[in-house]
Design a protein around this ligand. Structure first.
Ligand code: IVH
Length: 678
C-alpha cells in the first residue's frame, strides 16, 4: 500500500501527463471518466492531508499549457474552469451550499458542448482578438483562425467600447466524419473525436486550413462588458443572442435543482440526435449579484458546476478481424464484435485503422474489450482486458497476401497501411467504381453499391470506362431493374459526362488527391491533357502541392492502364475541361450578400457573379435575410442598417479570402491595426 504522499505524487504525474497529451498534443490517452476519477482521488487525498497540498499540484491550477506556435495572449479576466459532479447527489450538494446563503436559487441549465473554449474580444463592436483558454491566464492568439469561422460575427451591434465573450468552438459530427474520410484517403492519421478535430483545426498556423474545416461555436459567458451590468445569467445569454452570437437554443432557466435534474434527463435523451457532441450540462446560478457574493476558488466559480454525463462504454468480445481492400489497395482491418448495446445503438463492428494500431492496443482475437463511441459517432476499441484472457486467444496476423486476389500485400515506405499490389484486384475495382459514382465524384444517381455489384456479377462492366458503354438492352434484363429505373440510370450516366474537371480528377481516385487538391490543381491546369503532361517539378510550383502528392499524380498518369482509361472516357464524351459555371463548390449556399461602395479589384457586378457561382444570392438592399454586407470605399447608409440588424460586415479583402480568390494573411500578420476591418 503506498503512503498518501506517494499516491499523491503518482496521481499528479498521471494527471500532468494526461494534460500534456490532451492540451498540448491533442492526443488524449485517458478517457474523460478515467481522468475525472484520478482527479477526484487526488482532490480527496489532498483534502484529507492539507499539509501535502503544493502550489504546483494539478488541483491548484487551471489545466493546460499554451502552445509555443501562436503569440500569447494574457486574458484580462481569468478564464475559469468548472468543478465536476457525476450524480444527483453531487448536484444536490452544490445546490445545498448555495441555498445556505441564497435560499431560493434559480439556475440556468446549459448544454456542456464538447469542444474548446474561445474568448473573443470586440472593441466598439469590432472583433479585435480571439484566443484559446490556455492555462486560464495566458492563451494563444488565434484571431486569424477564428475570423474564418462563419458563425462568429466579425462585427456586432454594440456601442460598448470593450466586450469579452466566451464560448465553445466545436466541429459538427458529420463534418468530423467527412474530415476523417478525407484524412484516411490522403493517408493522414484520422482525428480521435470531434473535439480533437476542432482543436487541431483551430490551431493551424495557416488560417486557410482552418477556413476549410467546418467549425462552429456557441457562446455562453460574458467575461467583461465595459460599462454594462447584467442582473442574471439569462440576461447575459439574451444579450449574446442580441449581438448575433450563436447561443445554444436549448439553454433553459430552472427554478430549482430538481428542475435542473429533469432538464438534464431531457438533454440526455436527445444527446445522440444533436448534430454536435455534448458531455454533460453546465448549471449556473442565475442571479449575478449572488454569483459575485459567492466568488470563486483559484480555478472554478462557486456558483457554477458541470454535471458530466456517465461515460458511455461497453464491454464485449473481439470475435474476429475482417480485412477489406479499399480502392487504393489499402487493406483495412475491421473488428467483428459480439453485438452489444451502446449509446443508443447495437455495435457489432469497430474500425481498427491499421496494424500498428492493433499492436499498440495489444489486441488478440477472443479478447474482452472495452468500446466507446469516439466522439459519439464511430465505435472504437478503447482497450483490451488482458486479465480476462484464458489462453485461447489468438494473435491477429499481419496480411502477407491480399484477402481478395491473393497478390502480395506490402507496406509502403513510412506508411502505416499494407496494400494489395495488384492494380486489377477485383476488390480495388469494386471500390474504385463505387468511389467514381459517389456524390463528391461523378455523382451518378442510381448507381449505388448494389447496382455496381450486379453489373460486375453480370459482367456488364469490368472497369470504370465500361459505365459509359451500358445500354438499355443490357440493363432492362437485370434483376430488380425495370425499364424506368434503367432509363433513369442511363440518363444519370449521360448527365455525369458533363461534370467539371475537378470532379473527374477526384473520381479517378489518384492517391493523395481528394476534392480540395483536385480543385487546387484545376486553378492551374484547365484541361486533363495539360495536367497529364505536368512534371513533378511543375506540380510542386502550386502552393498546396508537396512532393508526395506531385509524385502520386505523375505516377498515376504514367501508368498505361490509367492513360487508356482516360482515352476511353474522352472517346465516350466525358468532359475533360474546366468550366466555371455551377461546378464550383457551393461554399456560399444559402447566404445572401449585399455590396456597397466602390470595390478596388472588381466591379460590384463581378463580385456578385462570384457569389452566384458559389451558390449564394445577391440582394440590393439590407434586410433581415441578408448575411453579409461587403463594403468598398465611400460606403453609404447601408452600413448603419447592417450594424443595427447584426449583419456581418466584410471588407473587400475579407470577401476575397472567404471566396477563395485570395489567400488569407498568416495569423501573425492578422493584427487589427495592419488589417483594418473597415
Ligand atoms: S461555463 C465560469 N458553460 O466546459 C465559466 N463552460 O469543463 C466557466 N463548456 O472550460 C465555463 N459548454 O470549455 C461553460 N455552457 C457552457 C459550456 C462550458 C462547454 C466547457 C468550457 C469549460 C469546460 C469546463
Amino acid at each position: 500500500m503506498p503512503t498518501a504522499e506517494e499516491r499523491i505524487a503518482e496521481l499528479r504525474n498521471i494527471i500532468r501527463e494526461a494534460d500534456r497529451k490532451y492540451y498540448v498534443l491533442d492526443a488524449p490517452d485517458l478517457t474523460d471518466a478515467q481522468y475525472d476519477k484520478f482527479m477526484a482521488e487526488l482532490k480527496q487525498l489532498e483534502a484529507e492531508n492539507p499539509a501535502l497540498v503544493t502550489a504546483d499540484s494539478p488541483t491548484q491550477r487551471v489545466s493546460g499549457t499554451p502552445l509555443q506556435d501562436f503569440p500569447s495572449v494574457r486574458h484580462t479576466t481569468k478564464l475559469l474552469s468548472l468543478d465536476n459532479v457525476f450524480d444527483l447527489e453531487g448536484l444536490r450538494n452544490f445546490d445545498k451550499k448555495i441555498r445556505d446563503v441564497f435560499p431560493e436559487p434559480a439556475y440556468e441549465t446549459e448544454l456542456k458542448i464538447d469542444g474548446l473554449t474561445v474568448e473573443v474580444v470586440y472593441e466598439d463592436g469590432v472583433m479585435v482578438q480571439a484566443s484559446t483558454r490556455g492555462d486560464g491566464v495566458t492563451g494563444e492568439d488565434v484571431t486569424g483562425n477564428v475570423r474564418t469561422i462563419r458563425s462568429i460575427p466579425l462585427r456586432i451591434p454594440t456601442e460598448l467600447s470593450r466586450l469579452e465573450v466566451r464560448g465553445e468552438i466545436y466541429m459538427p459530427k458529420d463534418s468530423f466524419l467527412r474530415l476523417n474520410t478525407e484524412c484516411e484517403e490522403q493517408g493522414r492519421a484520422p482525428f480521435a473525436n470531434p473535439r480533437n478535430a476542432a482543436a487541431g483545426s483551430l490551431r493551424q498556423l495557416n488560417p486557410a486550413i482552418t477556413a476549410s474545416r467546418d467549425l462552429s461555436a456557441f457562446f455562453y459567458e460574458i467575461q467583461f462588458a465595459d460599462g454594462r451590468e447584467f442582473a442574471s445569467q439569462a440576461e447575459k445569454i439574451n444579450f449574446l443572442k442580441q449581438m448575433g452570437l450563436p447561443v445554444n437554443p436549448r439553454n433553459a432557466l430552472c427554478r430549482n435543482i430538481e428542475e435542473v435534474w429533469a432538464k438534464q434527463e431531457e438533454f440526455l435523451a436527445v444527446r445522440h440526435d444533436l448534430p454536435y457532441d455534448i458531455d454533460g450540462v453546465v448549471v449556473k446560478l442565475n442571479d449575478v449579484s449572488a454569483q459575485t457574493a459567492l466568488g470563486e476558488t483559484s480555478r472554478c466559480p462557486r456558483w457554477a458546476i458541470a454535471y458530466k454525463f456517465p461515460a458511455e462504454e461497453a464491454e464485449t468480445i473481439l470475435e474476429d478481424v475482417t480485412l477489406n481492400v479499399g480502392r487504393t489497395g489499402v487493406i483495412a482491418p475491421t473488428a467483428v464484435l459480439k453485438p452489444v448495446q451502446l449509446a443508443g445503438s447495437v455495435i457489432s463492428r469497430a474500425t481498427l485503422h491499421n496494424f500498428d494500431y492493433i499492436a499498440m492496443k495489444n489486441l488478440l482475437i477472443g479478447d474482452h474489450v472495452v468500446i466507446c463511441k469516439a466522439g459519439d459517432v464511430i465505435p472504437e476499441i478503447l482497450r483490451s482486458l488482458p486479465d480476462k484472457r484464458n489462453g485461447s486467444e489468438k494473435a491477429i496476423p499481419i496480411p502477407e497476401h491480399c484477402p481478395t486476389c491473393g497478390s502480395a500485400a506490402v507496406r509502403g515506405n513510412g506508411e502505416a497501411a499494407y496494400r494489395c499490389i495488384n492494380p486489377d484486384c477485383p476488390a480495388r475495382l469494386r471500390e474504385s467504381l463505387r468511389f467514381f459514382t459517389t456524390r463528391e465524384a461523378m455523382d451518378i444517381e442510381g448507381m449505388g453499391p448494389a447496382v455496381i455489384d450486379l453489373l460486375l456479377e453480370e459482367k456488364l462492366i469490368a472497369g470504370i470506362a465500361d459505365i459509359y458503354t451500358l445500354n438499355m438492352f443490357q440493363l432492362v434484363v437485370l434483376d430488380r431493374m425495370g425499364a424506368k429505373s434503367a432509363q433513369n440510370l442511363l440518363n444519370a450516366i449521360a448527365e455525369s459526362k458533363k461534370r467539371d474537371l475537378p470532379r473527374l480528377i477526384t473520381a479517378l481516385g489518384i492517391r493523395n488527391v481528394g476534392t480540395r487538391t483536385a480543385q487546387e490543381l484545376c486553378k492551374h491546369y484547365t484541361t486533363m491533357d495539360s495536367l497529364m503532361s505536368a512534371t513533378v517539378e511543375d506540380l510542386q510550383k502550386i502552393g498546396d502541392i508537396g512532393p508526395v502528392v506531385a509524385e502520386s499524380i505523375v505516377t498515376f498518369f504514367a501508368d498505361e492502364g490509367n492513360r487508356a482509361l482516360i482515352g476511353r472516357l474522352k472517346e465516350y464524351g466525358v468532359n475533360m475541361e474546366l468550366y466555371q459555371q455551377e461546378t464550383l463548390p457551393q461554399l456560399l449556399a444559402g447566404k445572401t450578400f449585399v455590396f456597397t461602395g466602390t470595390l478596388s479589384s472588381m466591379t460590384r457586378q463581378e463580385a456578385g457573379e462570384i457569389v452566384r457561382q458559389l451558390g449564394g444570392k445577391v440582394s440590393s438592399s439590407i434586410g433581415p435575410s441578408v448575411d453579409f454586407l461587403v463594403e468598398g470605399t465611400s460606403a453609404g447608409s447601408k452600413h448603419d442598417k447592417a450594424v443595427t440588424l447584426g449583419i456581418s460586415i466584410l471588407t473587400e479583402q475579407e470577401f476575397l479570402v472567404m471566396t477563395g480568390k485570395e489567400e488569407a494573411a498568416p495569423a501573425q500578420n492578422e493584427e487589427p491595426e495592419q488589417l483594418p476591418l473597415f
